[in-house]
Design a protein around this ligand. Structure first.
Ligand SMILES: *Cc1c(COP(=O)(O)O)cnc(C)c1O
Length: 420
């Protein structure tokens, strides 16, 4: 395939993500998307096994979202959110509060996942100060976790994770613990909190499954244990549902599978159905009330320039419309069954240590990190867009991916794993 001119001419100027550019293969030129597929410059179509980093949950170019975006761009693409209000954001906040359990009712908008996590961290720090509690300046997070790439969020990611270990010492060290999966690890976490709890403002966890850290699931009991320990030690509990939110694990929010409410939840990725960047940190009433005061100094001093962008909020409202009829739950169950069945034979593959499925997430885990760039190319030859991560080859397709395209994806994985 000859490269299009825009790629050859622009390539010296584009700094690519997560990539040693000197040795990596060139990126694939995409010119359009349709349903579950990416359409390449040379006309080839790839079935997207990742829904573009877990965002495009309804598939690409959904007409209902596209119509909402067209209407909104004509009316008002953007206005600042300081001192101004608009219907797309106010409606969205009300709808999110209605969908989230309990009194998770206070929505602070931002543009990216990492920034929403930073805001949740800042809320937790100031929540403690506003209540007159000083010294709680640190966070507790878990091995295997991932919460973003910005400097503060890196400190609450898995410390061994290659992406971030380089910067050890740059930022204050946080307390990193093992998830309380059994009596021994629960006692260990309880002991850490007894010893250091008075330094800790909040603990952060991705509920039900740690995503970018390796697609590592845990049972709902873990979240109930965290809630109990957070309350015991006066630490806020933050659920980072940026990956799990909006149906990916089989319930609309992962927290619902455990019946546990965090004090703050972060949302992004599938919030706009994969069309525009938008995120939110949503707080419970007691968190919000710690900022509600006659004292201007008690306010949350934060406000990203593009927060609550009307286009992004219109897309999110349209995406929520699509969740309303409940068809997504049947689709997630259908995708889940297809991934489980299609990936099962991979257990026999060389170096494979586990095959697992949770909701619309299918995972083949190897005993060592895989060659990402080479595997991407081999998947693409088979008509699939799959980009492995660390030791895992995983599939997180759009919920609407047709059965034939799901079969193509799992077939490609079986072939590359060498069991088909
Ligand atoms: C992707 C992700 C983030 C970071 O979101 P960005 O939009 O890439 O900044 C944070 N937390 C979790 C759980 C994620 O999956």
């Amino acid at each position: 395939m000859s490269e299009p001119r825009w790629l050859t001419e622009g390539a010296p100027h584009v700094w690519r993500p997560y990539c040693q550019m000197k040795t990596a293969r060139p990126p694939l030129p995409v010119v359009a998307t349709r349903g579950s597929r990416l359409i390449l410059e040379d006309g080839r179509e790839l079935v997207d096994g990742l829904a573009s980093w877990w965002t495009a949950c309804h598939g690409y170019n959904h007409p209902h979202i596209a119509d909402a975006l067209r209407a909104q761009i004509e009316a008002m693409p953007h206005v600042m959110f300081g001192g101004l209000a608009h219907e797309p954001a106010y409606r969205l906040a009300q709808r999110l509060a209605g969908l989230l359990p309990g009194d998770l009712d206070h929505v602070f908008f931002a543009e990216s996942g990492s920034v929403a996590v930073e805001i949740a961290m800042k809320m937790a720090l100031q929540y403690q100060l506003n209540r007159g509690v000083s010294g709680r300046t640190r966070f507790l997070a878990f091995r295997g976790g991932y919460h973003g790439d910005t400097l503060a969020t890196m400190t609450v990611c898995d410390p061994e994770e290659g992406m971030h270990s380089l910067f050890a010492g740059v930022m204050p060290a946080q307390v990193i613990a093992d998830l309380p999966r059994d009596a021994a690890s629960e006692a260990a976490l309880d002991a850490v909190l007894a010893a250091r709890g008075s330094e800790i403002a909040a603990m952060l966890v991705e509920p039900l499954i740690q995503g970018a850290g390796g697609m590592l699931p845990h049972p709902p009991e873990v979240l109930r244990t965290l809630r109990r320990l957070a309350d015991k030690h006066g630490v806020l509990l933050v659920f980072d549902e940026i990956f799990t939110g909006f149906g990916r694990t089989g319930s609309l929010f992962a927290m619902q599978a455990a019946g546990v409410e965090p004090d703050i939840v972060t949302l992004s990725k599938a919030l706009t159905g994969g069309t525009l960047p938008l995120s939110a940190a949503v707080a419970r009433r007691h968190v919000f009330e710690a900022f509600w005061s006659d004292d201007p100094g008690a306010a949350l001093m934060h406000g990203p320039t593009y927060m609550a962008n009307p286009l992004a909020c219109a897309a999110a409202n349209a995406s929520l419309d699509l969740f309303e009829d409940g068809a997504w739950a049947r689709d997630v169950a259908r995708v889940s069954a297809a991934l489980a069945e299609g990936l099962e034979p991979c257990r026999q593959g060389a170096g494979v240590v586990d095959v697992r499925t949770l909701g619309a997430i299918g995972v083949v885990e190897f005993d060592a990190p895989v060659a990402v760039s080479d595997l991407c190319a081999r998947f693409a030859e088979r008509g699939a867009w799959i980009r492995p991560m660390g030791k895992v080859v995983y599939l997180t397709p759009a919920f609407t991916t047709p059965d034939a395209d799901l079969a193509l994806l799992t077939h490609a994985v079986r072939q590359v794993v060498g069991v088909d």
